[in-house]
Structures are given as structure tokens and as C-alpha cells.
Write a protein that binds this ligand. Sequence first.
Ligand code: TRP
Ligand code: SF4
Length: 428
Amino acid sequence: MEFSPFGRPCEFSSRGAKYTRRISLPTSTTSKHRVVSGMRPTGRLHLGQYHGVLKNWIQLQHEYECFLFVADWHALTTHYEESDKINDLVYAMVTDWLAAGVNPGSAKIFVQSRVPQHAELHLLLSMITPLGWLERVPSFKDQQQKLPDRDLSTYGFLGYPLLQSADILMYKAGIVPVGEDQVAHIELTREVARRFNHIYGSEKDFVNKAEDAIKKMGKKNSKVYRDLRKRFQEQGEHEAVDVGRALIESQQNITRGDRERLYGYLEGGGRIILPEPEEMLTDAAKMPGLDGQKMSKSYNNTITLRDTPKEIEKKIKKMPTDPARIRKTDAGDPEKCAVWKWHQVYSDDSIKNSVKEGCRSASIGCIECKQHIINAVVEELVPIQDRAKEYMKDTSIVKSIIAEGCDAARDIAEETMEEVRQAMGLMY
Ligand code: TRP
Ligand code: SF4
């Protein structure tokens, strides 16, 4: 068999989607193996980001072509008054990524502002993005309320999710690993891509061009393509689209323009220049903060990847416990205790059972209970910190990793921009 539907092994791709959600229908198969994700350098990386995002990236890098970047412009949308701090945070962030296991040999690591094509695409997309779409993104009002001491009634902040759309569409990413709070941004990205393709993907003689493109696939494949197209458009068989995309993807000798036409024609639309991405939900709730709420810099309840063992110990010792346990002889209820949530992340069943038992029967004290967590966090972070120290000894290594990643990202970004400019008629 020459090609097969997504999600099943097939000859030309062994990268199956192993993650929680099926990647339903990204609109181009070139994108399906590509992951884009960014992180804002607004502070030191903390355990919430490590468990929620970074560990996920480190897994994905083996299966997908990953574009991982520092979203420094996104940091500016809220932290524009502290722009002088961003530089150090960018290097510290990439250092921590590397120390945690992001591999520059498999993932492209870059900095958003060093790929200025992001700004160009953002600008061009802004022309076709209705204001209402941005105003109704929940994070727009939420963040304004959550950060009342910052003036976020700016043009840049309103455009935050659209800049994110540009980040994603630039690389034609099929998959974007994000937390729950970002899902609306990915939805917006899909809407914007659809609108772009609708406005700029419809050519006057599209049908003729698409028919020519079909012929270029050769007799046998042309027939298969036509059958699949019919099966989808007449019988509504979604699987036929999957198979058709795989077929298009497996074609070596067709131009990018023809490929976009074939994707679009398969489903009955115009050319697909910017494919629609899917979110891959990462579980940010996995890592509670020191107070039991979600770990977040703005709640001041974090342990950062750079905290020393002493600082870690101090922070965990201060964690609130079940308020009913005033003395060691008072029985406690782990369900009412933030420390217990940390055991879910760090402890094996035998520790968990002995803690549960010991807490309820007042046979262990909270200090002893917390010591397990202190040990586990220190054990987790010390090797990362050791590697970070190595990178910090010679900063030229991190700098050149970033420079290389930026070069690679820029090459792909420029390709996309050429298509975008051409589709819009901006090739002078
Ligand atoms: N907005 C994202 C966040 O706050 C960061 C981000 C910027 C991003 N651009 C992106 C994430 C593109 C995924 C893809 O977490
Ligand atoms: Fe919390 Fe552990 Fe103390 Fe129980 S023993 S209240 S779980 S810290």
C-alpha cells in the first residue's frame, strides 16, 4: 500500500500521533508532523512550566519536527515597561530548556523577534481580521482584569492572539501543544487561516489549474485522487480526505502551488495556503503551586528551576497543610492539603499510601511528610541545574544554538512569506 490514513502507520511516515487527542483534520499533511510552540520570557522558568509544557516538548521532539521559540514580542505585550529585563530572561529560558533536555539536534530553537517575518505575517493577517474576533477572545478581558496594575488597553495587547496565529501559520504547523487557556487562540488561528485561504486562495481558473495538477500525479494516482475526491464530496466520507492528503503528501514532483490546489480541490475549496492547526492539550493542572492553586508567577507560588536546594526546602516547609492539623497529634485529611497534591506528582504508591495512612491516623508529622517532596524536587532539579551551570560557563554555546535555530526558522518563514505575498499579489 502506497499511502494510508492518518494516525495509522504508513510507509512514508512512522510518526504516529501518540498523544491524547486525535489530530482531526489539519488541512495539509506537510503540517501534520510539525509542532510549533512558544513560551513568554516574563520570568524564570518554574516547575509548572516544566511539568506542564517543557516535558511535553521533550517528548514531542522525538516524534515531530518541532519549532520551539521564545516569544519575546508576546512578553512585550504585557511587560513593555520592563523591556530591559527580557534579554537576560531569553538566555536563561533557552539555557533551562537545554538543561531540561530540549535537544537542538532535533528541535529548532529560536527567538521570535529574530525572525522578523512573524511581524510581517502578523501585519498582513491584521488586515483581514475583524476587530470583534480579537475582542471576544476570553484572555483579552481576563488578563486585563487579572493584571489591573498594567495598562493593557493597547493595540499590541489586543493583537496578542493574532501574533500567535502568525507564529503558528508561519510554519504551517499541524499541532500546537498548549494549555487550556490558549485553546481560544488556536481557534482564532483556524478562523484566520480559513479566512485567508478563502480570500486569497481562490484563483480565477482554479478548477483548470487543479485538474492540470491532478494529471501531473500520473495516471494511477490521478484516478485514486479523483475517486477519493468523489467519495468525500458525494458520500461525505471523511476518511477519504485523510487518504487523499496522504496521497498528495507522498507526491515528490509537484510544485507547492499545485500541492495547495490539490489539497483544496480535494475538499471542494480553493488553494490552501495556510493550513489550519489543531491544539494538543497539555495538562497544566498537573503541577499545583505551593498554595495548592495552579502554579503561576502571578500567584507567587512557584519553585523555579534555578531555586537552590535550600530555597526549595524553605519554600516547601512553608507550604500550608490541612488547617485542622494544628498539632502533630491531630489527625489530618490529605484531601484538604496542598502537600498531598504534590505527592500525586512526585511520590510512588508506597509513599502515597503511607502518607495517607499516617496523616489520617496522626502517626506522621507534616515535616516528615514534606521531606519526601523536598527530596524528590531536589533530586529532579539538581541534575538540570548542573547542566545549566555548564551552559552558563560558556554562553557562546547557547548563543550559537539560538543563532542556528533562528537561521533555520527564518528560511522556512521566508518560504511561507513568499507564498503569502504572492497569494496577496504583493510580488513587485
Ligand atoms: N501565548 C502563549 C502562552 O502564553 C505563548 C505563545 C506565543 C505560543 N506564540 C505561540 C504558544 C505559538 C504556542 C504557539 O503560553
Ligand atoms: Fe498534609 Fe502531609 Fe500534613 Fe497530612 S501529613 S496534613 S498530607 S502535609
